[in-house]
Design a protein around this ligand. Structure first.
Ligand code: ADP
Ligand code: MG
Length: 437
């Protein structure tokens, strides 16, 4: 079987049968005209092309990348067009900027180092310069939003740019991939993917806890990679000894290389991070405002980005310059919210009551319009008011994974920007919930 066909078969496992049959099935791969840098597919008509362009071209590019270890230019076109060799008639080309698995802005140069994270930083930096040779595995642990994923991906980006095959995955994705491979009888391909890469980055290891089947597979993946001298990096929210529900052999292996912790940033580091984020997001703030934000937020660096985008959005919506008074107002709610100890049950109950449905419907898989609406609002408010991570939200709301959650949050953020009534609705609900707790 040619590689293009293999990629389409893999894609088949990742989408619904209906979608596959309607569109992907009609693609054919041109093995003769394609080469290691360029993959050409033919589609029967423009509808199929545009649909694939919107929904699956990046996924196809990503699958190629995993399969052959570097980026490939994907072209999807009508068959007779390419034969006429007119360049302008190529319809879809997907040129990837970096690895599709890694966030390119998660670089070492964007990472601000201070006392709280310098040990972890030094460890990851050293690993990025000596893959498989110094600390293998490297295990980074620390609280939410302290930069674990950022650091791990910074190393990943270095390896990727050296041409190594890098796989970044969360435990959740690894588990999904595993279950799908069992179901579809494609374990061989699963093993080849995870055991033949040069670098494996696995995020949020604590989710392996009490999942026996996957721990077994995970153990063998680890052994194969470690045996071949391939670099492995893990992150978790706690020290491997404290995770619990792990097989003893796995737990001991997590400690084989180096275990490094990240602590909450001290004030100067927070200031440096805010300055960096302003630079990246092109938000201009005075020193005074930056200092204020740094003193008000607690440890979670992720909140900084939330605050900056909130400031930016509000100032644009209301045509106001960002000064200290304005910043204080924007942050006021945020602060009282964080102090209150609100849980997801309280939030769903509130939203359900307000929208006149049952809390259980919000957590169900119901697709009717008002249920979906209530679910989205609940997810958004839970993300704002509680410290739950996206995977935890996904689990609570019965959604597929954290990408579904981040998609929902993005949608709501977009709506807030577009629709003033909607923004007020969210604000009102949020205030009611915080006031009632
Ligand atoms: P974690 O994986 O530990 O929960 P992340 O790596 O996702 O945290 O970090 C959350 C956000 O904070 C990211 O946007 C990341 O870029 C940023 N961040 C965390 N620590 C730093 C730092 N020291 N310098 C710059 N950005 C940071
Ligand atoms: Mg993370």
């Amino acid at each position: 079987m040619n590689i293009g066909q293999e990629i389409l078969n893999t894609l088949k496992e990742e989408i619904t049968e209906v979608e596959f049959n309607r569109y992907i099935k009609h693609l054919t791969y041109d093995a003769k005209k394609s080469n290691s840098n360029s993959a050409i597919f033919y589609a029967p008509n423009a509808i199929v092309i545009s649909w694939i362009k919107n929904k699956y071209s990046e996924k196809i590019a990503h699958l190629f990348e995993i399969k052959i270890g570097h980026k490939v230019l994907i072209t999807i076109t009508l068959k007779n067009r390419i034969q006429s060799k007119k360049k302008t008639e190529k319809i879809v080309e997907v040129k990837q900027q970096g690895s599709s698995l890694l966030n390119p802005s998660h670089s070492f140069s964007n990472f601000m180092v201070g006392g709280s994270n310098q040990f972890a930083y030094a460890a990851v930096k050293s690993v990025s310069e000596n893959a498989g040779k110094v600390y293998n595995p490297l295990f980074i642990y620390g609280g939410v939003g302290l930069g674990k994923t950022h650091l791990m991906q910074a190393a990943g980006n270095v390896f990727y740019n050296e041409g190594k095959v890098v796989i970044y995955t969360t435990v959740e994705q690894f588990l999904n991939d595993f279950t799908r491979s069992i179901r579809n009888n494609t374990m061989e391909r699963f093993r080849e993917k995870y055991r033949k890469c040069d670098v494996l980055l696995i995020d949020d290891i604590q989710f392996l806890s009490n999942k026996e089947g996957i721990q077994e597979e995970f153990f063998h993946t680890f052994e194969a990679l470690k045996g071949d001298g391939k670099q492995i990096i893990f992150t978790a929210d706690k020290h491997p000894k404290k995770i619990g529900g792990l097989e003893a052999r796995l737990q001991s292996r997590f400690e084989w290389g180096l275990v490094a912790d990240i602590q909450p940033p001290e004030l100067e580091t927070k200031i440096a991070i805010i300055e960096k984020k302003c630079e990246i997001n092109k938000v201009v703030l005075t020193k005074e405002i930056i200092n204020y934000i740094a003193t008000v937020i607690d440890s979670n660096v992720r909140e900084i980005e939330g605050i900056l985008s909130k400031l930016h959005a509000y100032s644009q919506l209301m045509h106001i310059d960002i000064d200290l008074e304005f910043t204080k107002n924007v942050l006021k709610d945020q602060m009282s919210e964080k102090r209150a100890n609100i849980d997801m049950d309280t939030i769903t109950q509130y939203v359900a009551k307000d929208l006149n449905i049952k809390p259980s419907e919000i957590k169900s898989k119901g697709r009717s319009k008002n249920i979906v609406y209530a679910r989205r609002i609940s997810i958004f408010i839970c993300r704002e008011l509680t410290k739950n991570t996206m995977p935890q939200l996904a689990q609570y709301f019965g959604m597929k994974d954290h990408t579904a959650i981040s998609h929902t949050i993005k949608k709501i953020n977009d709506l807030i920007k577009e629709d003033e009534d909607f923004r007020l609705k969210i604000e009102e609900l949020t205030n009611k919930i915080t006031a009632s707790s």
